[in-house]
Design a protein around this ligand. Structure first.
Ligand SMILES: C[S@@+](CC[C@H](N)C(=O)[O-])C[C@H]1O[C@@H](n2cnc3c(N)ncnc32)[C@H](O)[C@@H]1O
Length: 381
């Protein structure tokens, strides 16, 4: 797998590097804006779950443009952008950065403190949990991130302001829409063309923040305080259907297609990612790779040699932890060097472990399907 394979498979990844965005997600926010005009008149914004920072880059650019326009009319307030993430983010000019968990009361309070006596015009949240592969679990965690973001938003957004957040369009998404409609008269579900069709991700655009009369922002969200809350109580008009808006016309590149490297008559030039992760889970692998490039060979505990290609393949295939990376790298290395009997034996046992893991996931998925069909008797676990 070469250096350019991802550039071929993912045009938005490639364009992000060419245009200087830290992540392909920048195009999602830009395409949402083209359709929904979320930056109009905005001078203060919060970016929740912001790392590596491409949405913050978009905010910085758009808010500066607004500031320059406002200066011409003489009624300008300088832009203010607060960005928060669990992970450390490389600095960005004009962006105040906080590192913390948005589902934690302390982080929420730190963000609110930055808006002491002022209010934000826009809050965006692109929060996504580390995917576990257990769909129900991933969907649950994602929706909890959205609720935590909404809770923080009710403390800092000015009346009339806008909230944009990632949402998974899954079972029971109408509960989330119902929650949002309590605070915003206009709630749209948008799908930018840079968001893969194969992904259940979409983005809610909520306009004209109007909290119910007498509503006082509080920290009693079950997520922030861990108090139980019965969402089943939402019935009737609370289960509303939200209009679905596709952002971007057919002229926009298709995020699920492979494109040739030389596109639209332009000669292809490789670009390094704009901002590489500053503390990635595969940091140890990268240091091994550097050692390798410096000429020293390295080994893992079972004395199997790994070469640069093995490591690149493991990283490209999205190993999310060192343990997973080692597993992938061992399998790849063994497939390339079938004479090492110890390594072959170890690989076989890893493959067996993987099969067991897959079987457990399949069994859990069956459980879900059977429950859905009201047929609990046939469950095989
Ligand atoms: C898809 S990325 C965001 C990409 C970002 N919008 C950009 O354009 O660069 C999702 C982010 O959500 C963050 N995240 C997940 N759970 C979080 C939490 N509980 N609190 C804060 N950040 C969280 C992750 O650390 C990750 O950086």
């Amino acid at each position: 797998m070469g250096k350019t394979s991802k550039d071929k498979r993912d045009i938005y990844y490639r364009k992000a590097k060419e245009e200087g965005w830290r992540a392909r997600s920048a195009f999602k926010l830009l395409q949402i804006d083209t359709e929904c005009h979320i930056f109009d008149g905005v001078s203060k914004a919060v970016d929740l779950c912001a790392a590596p920072g491409s949405w913050s880059q978009v905010l910085a650019r758009k808010l500066n443009e607004n500031y320059k326009k406002a200066l011409e009319t003489g009624n300008a307030s300088p832009p203010k952008i607060v960005a928060v993430d669990l992970q450390a983010m490389a600095p960005l000019e004009g962006v105040i950065q906080l590192q913390g968990d948005i589902t934690n009361t302390n982080t929420a309070q730190q963000i609110i403190a930055h808006f002491d006596n002022t209010q934000a015009d826009l809050v965006v949240c692109d929060g996504a949990p580390d995917v576990t592969g257990l769909h129900d679990m991933d969907i649950f965690i994602q929706s909890q991130l959205l609720l935590a973001a909404l809770n923080i938003t009710t403390h800092i957004l000015r009346p009339g302001g806008t909230f944009v957040a990632k949402i998974f369009r899954a079972k029971d998404v109408s509960f989330l829409y119902a929650q949002l409609r309590i605070f915003f008269p206009y709630v749209y579900c948008t799908k930018p063309s840079s968001s893969r069709n194969s992904s259940i991700e979409a983005f809610v655009v909520c306009k004209d923040y109007s909290p119910p009369e007498g509503y006082k922002p509080h920290m009693l969200n079950p997520l922030l305080t861990h108090e139980p809350c019965n969402f089943e109580e939402l019935t009737g008009v609370n289960r509303i259907i939200v209009p679905f808006v596709v952002c971007g016309d057919l002229n926009q590149p298709d995020s699920d297609m492979c494109y040739p490297l030389n596109l639209d008559g332009k000669k292809y030039k490789y670009h390094e990612p704009v901002q590489t992760p500053i503390a990635p889970p595969y940091a140890e692998a990268l240091s091994l790779l550097e050692n390798r490039r410096a000429g020293s060979s390295f080994t893992f505990d079972h004395e199997t040699e790994f070469n640069e290609t093995d490591i690149n393949i493991a990283i490209e295939n999205g190993a999310s932890s060192m343990a997973e990376f080692k597993k992938n790298a061992l399998i790849t290395a063994t497939e390339n060097n079938s004479e090492d009997s110890d390594a072959i034996a170890k690989t076989e046992s890893i493959k067996d472990e993987n099969k067991e893991e897959e079987a457990t996931i399949a069994a859990l998925q069956n459980l879900y399907v059977s429950e859905e069909a009201g047929n609990i008797d046939n469950i095989l676990i």
